[in-house]
Ligand binder design. Structure first.
Ligand code: 0L1
Ligand code: MG
Length: 254
C-alpha cells in the first residue's frame, strides 16, 4: 500500500485539533517503517510555526519498558507549546497528558556533525535546567509502534523549562531526580537514566540529525529524555520535578 505522508500528518493534526485519540497508523497502513515515521513528523514540523528546539524520546529503560521498545527517537519542540514558569497546564486542550522530568540543555553555540560526543555537547551548552515535558499521545491508550510514535512527533504535547545553571562541575549522571504529584513522590531516578548520560543522549541526537544534514543551533533547547516513567495528570493535579543541583519546576493542572 502506498503511504501518503501528508495524509497521515493531517490525521495526526486533526487528532490534536479535535482532542480525540485515533487508532495507531500501523494497523491500517501495514507496518510503517521508521523512515516513513520521520517523513510524517517532518510534515508536522513544516506546519508547526517557529521551533525552539528538539526532544529525545525513549532514552530511559523505564520509558522503554513503559512503551515496549528499545531504541531512542527524536522530535521537535514548537514554540507554541511552551508553557511559561508558573503558567497552568490546561488539560482540556490535551487528550491524555502525562508528565515526565527531564534535563534540558540550552545551546550556547551551533553543534553539528557525525562524530559529536557528550563532551562536545557539554562544551557547547550555555546552561542546563530542569524541565517537565507533558507528553500527549494522539493514539488511543498510548498504543503505537516505534514508527507510529515518531510520526506523532514522539507524543510531544507541552513543556516548561526552569532557570538554567552552568553545566561546569556538575556530573549529570549522578544528579538525583524526584517527581511528585500532589505532594506524593511518584518516581525517582538519576541523570544516568537517559542513555547513561543526558549529554550522551543529546550527542546521539546531533549525530542522528547530521545524517539528514541538520544540526543544533545556538539558542535552541534540547529535552534530553524522560528520566522516569511518565505520570498521568488531570485537572487539579500539581506536578513538581526536582533535580539535584539544577532546581525545581512546578506545574499546576486545571
Ligand atoms: O518524550 C518521550 O519520551 C515520549 C516518547 C514517546 C513515548 C511515549 O509517548 O511515552
Ligand atoms: Mg520526554
Amino acid at each position: 500500500m502506498t503511504v501518503n505522508t501528508a495524509d497521515l500528518a493531517a490525521r495526526l493534526a486533526k487528532a490534536v485539533a479535535d482532542r480525540t485519540a485515533i487508532d495507531q497508523l500501523s494497523g491500517e497502513f501495514g507496518e510503517l517503517d521508521l523512515a516513513t515515521g520521520y517523513a510524517v513528523q517532518r510534515e508536522l514540523r513544516t506546519a508547526a510555526g517557529p521551533l525552539v528546539g528538539w526532544k529525545l524520546g525513549l532514552t530511559s529503560r523505564a520509558k522503554q519498558a513503559q512503551v515496549g521498545v528499545s531504541d531512542p527517537i527524536y522530535g521537535f519542540l514548537a514554540g507554541a507549546n511552551a508553557l511559561d514558569l508558573g503558567a497552568p497546564l490546561d488539560t482540556g486542550n490535551l487528550i491524555q497528558p502525562r508528565c515526565e522530568p527531564e534535563i534540558v540543555f540550552m545551546l550556547g553555540r551551533d553543534l553539528a556533525g557525525p562524530h559529536v560526543t557528550a563532551a562536545d555537547v557539554i562544551a557547547a551548552s550555555a546552561g542546563v535546567a530542569v524541565g517537565i515535558e507533558v507528553i500527549d499521545s494522539r493514539y488511543r491508550d498510548y498504543r503505537f509502534t516505534m514508527a507510529d510514535v515518531v510520526a506523532d512527533n514522539t507524543s510531544a504535547g507541552r513543556f516548561v523549562v526552569g532557570a538554567p545553571v552552568p553545566p561546569a562541575g556538575i556530573d549529570l549522571r549522578l544528579v538525583g531526580v524526584v517527581l511528585e504529584r500532589n505532594g506524593e513522590v511518584v518516581a525517582t531516578a538519576s541523570g544516568a537514566a537517559s542513555l547513561g548520560h543526558p549529554a550522551a543522549a543529546v550527542a546521539w541526537l546531533v549525530r542522528r540529525l547530521a545524517a539528514d544534514g541538520e544540526g543544533l543551533h545556538a539558542g535552541e533547547i534540547v529535552f534530553s529524555g524522560g528520566l522516569t516513567a511518565a505520570a498521568p495528570v488531570t485537572a487539579g493535579d500539581v506536578v513538581v520535578a526536582s533535580i539535584d543541583r539544577l532546581g525545581t519546576v512546578e506545574l499546576g493542572c486545571r
